[in-house]
Design a protein around this ligand. Sequence first.
Ligand SMILES: [Zn+2]
Length: 253
Amino acid sequence: MTELLYLADGDAAYTQRFEARVVALPPGAIVLDRTFFYPTGGGQPADAGRLFRAKGGGSWPVVDVQRAAGAVLHRLGRPEENPKPLQLDEPLQGEIDWERRYRHMRLHTGQHLLSARLFAMTGRRTRGARFSGTGGTIDLEFGLGELPAASEIERDVRRWIEENRAVRTRLVPLAEYATEPPSRSAAVGVPPGIDPVRVVEIDAADRCPCGGTHVRSLGEVGGLQVHPPELRAGGEARISFRLTGALPPTPPG
Ligand SMILES: [Zn+2]
């Protein structure tokens, strides 16, 4: 088992360095007792970064991160030097590629806002969402009919970002969550065995069960460009979006 430190609370998403111990060494990968590296899931790509040996030299690039039966597999690239092989129980330091992580945080919160506002405007739920690089897609139920123009969606979302609404992460007991599941994500359901449910809330705009990493306030999203919807083979309307607005000169850490 790996302790998933990035889930702890909203502030955990901003941690860029941490210490951990090696607990398993499957071929080409490493399992730590705890990690802040986000593994691919929920439409959000994996983190990248580096692992450093605490004593004795050596560092390895982390090129992919995946969940596997309660553990997190950090797939390693070629080390720069030629260090002695990693050993079980060794202490390591991890460093997250912050530019990549912060972009994913902005995209993920931007996606929640867009899904929430599309639900508020049209009553349609998001069936699937994914993002990478500087953009992503949302697949909405019920096809193209009577969707607002992309410019109208963009204007609506901009107002919320300009108001810089707070984004919070709460752990809600399943029994409490089940009495009032968030309406826009009722279709998604909570996987069996999850209790409490991690809920990401945007002040006055949204509640959504989610295990991803998010910014603390909508202003950090910067801005979203929204493209006209396209009809998918499965009957959903696909809406593409892109981050606009420069990153803060020094992203908050
Ligand atoms: Zn999410």
